[in-house]
Design a protein around this ligand. Structure first.
Ligand code: 4NP
Length: 156
């Protein structure tokens, strides 16, 4: 099984959105038995919470399943356990690098590193901007490109 972990700050807005969208895209490609997706936050404030209502609303509007997604905090064990660790912005990557220390881990990248045309490689945080539709568009594009990257990398 290829394991993908999406990481943001609170694990209630961006990374659960990416988890849900990516899982759906992988299933549409018939890869649900080969790739799994999960998400976590670098912060601990929302552990156990369901995604933000803005994330739930945009997922519902686009018929994307979000059943069972609850927030958790990323651990150093996650970093060894996942093959692809995908942050939403540069600050997430900085926090992941602090957590990993000298440990060698799977591929770490920002989601929009896979979208060369993106104006910025950071997914803006809708917890502060309130703009969930903008984030949905960016995350969808990122998930499509990430899936292409993984399929090439893993020959699947
Ligand atoms: P996220 O957004 O990282 O996309 O889940 C945030 C959610 C909560 C907080 C910050 C960002 N917070 O400070 O509680």
């Amino acid at each position: 099984m290829i394991k993908v972990l999406f990481v943001c700050l609170g694990n209630i807005c961006r990374s659960p959105m990416a988890e849900a969208i990516f899982r759906q895209k992988a299933a549409e490609a018939g890869l649900e038995k080969k790739i799994t997706a999960d998400s976590a936050g670098t912060g601990d404030w929302h552990i156990g919470s369901r995604p933000h209502e803005g994330t739930l609303k945009i997922l519902d509007e686009n018929s994307i399943d979000h059943n069972g997604i609850t927030a958790r905090q990323v651990t150093s064990h996650d970093l060894k356990n996942y093959d692809y660790i995908i942050g939403m912005d540069a600050s997430n990557i900085g926090n992941l690098n602090k957590l990993r220390g000298r440990e060698k881990i799977g591929e770490v990248a920002r989601l929009l590193d896979f979208v060369p045309s993106a104006a910025s490689a950071d997914v803006p945080d809708p917890y502060f901007t309130g703009n969930f539709p903008e984030v949905y568009e960016l995350v969808t594009e990122g998930c499509e490109r990430l899936l292409e990257h993984i399929r090439k990398q893993e020959n699947i």
